[in-house]
Design a protein around this ligand. Structure first.
Ligand SMILES: [Zn+2]
Length: 225
């Protein structure tokens, strides 16, 4: 279903480009996502794809800016960390708490959608995508109660529902299971190693040295429901 270029975010041949709002999504995920949006609409929610497909170059830019200290590194609560005290390996671990390795982002597959409902936020509000927004008292709490009840019937699940040593919890990150499962099985350690070895990733040597461990902890280690 995926070739190596599609799996690692270096091709767009698996995607459908949508306008208004503008995003790209896997061809086979478009219909189920639309069905879920329609159901949400009937219950009073405007399910908005805040982020869907993201390509390899964009993920590489995110990684390199974080590695170079040009962007903050956040802790689990979204507070900026003191970067001056971090060792090389700690820096890599902190980036990986929130951002995938380029080539290994599930957003490369077009099967993943970070969802919000912009009609729920007050004017001028900047969406942060933090767990507190989804919890009681948070702007997206009611939306998440609806998602809890309904995503499964449309084939979606939350791979980062809870922190289990890899990514921090990202309840807004929905994944279309039938297609994402195939992608995860096809994304082997060997393929990821090839892509990273050929990349201009900052910290590449340290990442390659630790790749088997990082692959298990950050790629394979997801919540199953
Ligand atoms: Zn996401």
């Amino acid at each position: 279903m995926f070739n190596e270029w599609e799996l690692t975010g270096r091709a767009r041949t698996h995607l459908l480009q949508i306008d208004h709002p503008r995003y790209a999504i896997h061809r086979e995920v478009h219909e189920p996502f639309k069905a879920m949006q329609d159901a949400a609409q009937r219950d009073g929610f405007a399910l908005h794809p805040f982020s869907a497909f993201r390509d390899y170059k964009t993920q590489l830019r995110i990684w390199n800016r974080k590695f170079a200290g040009e962007k903050p590194l956040y802790d689990r609560n979204g507070k900026a960390r003191d970067q001056s005290v971090l060792s090389l390996d700690e820096r890599i671990d902190c980036i990986l708490n929130w951002s995938a390795l380029p080539g290994a982002s599930r957003h490369h597959w077009g099967t993943e959608i970070d969802v919000v409902d912009l009609t729920l936020v007050p004017p001028g509000y900047v969406v942060q995508l933090l767990p507190e927004e989804t919890q009681p008292g948070g702007v997206f709490h009611e939306l998440h109660l609806w998602l809890d009840e309904h995503i499964e019937q449309f084939g979606f699940f939350r791979p980062y529902k809870a922190y289990q040593g890899g990514m921090y919890e990202e309840p807004w990150h929905l994944s279309y299971k039938p297609v994402a499962t195939l992608a995860l099985d096809a994304l082997t350690l060997e393929l990821l190693e090839q892509v990273i070895a050929a990349s201009s990733l900052l910290g590449k040597d340290a990442v390659l040295r630790r790749l088997p461990e990082l692959y298990e902890r950050h790629v394979r280690n997801i919540c199953e429901s």
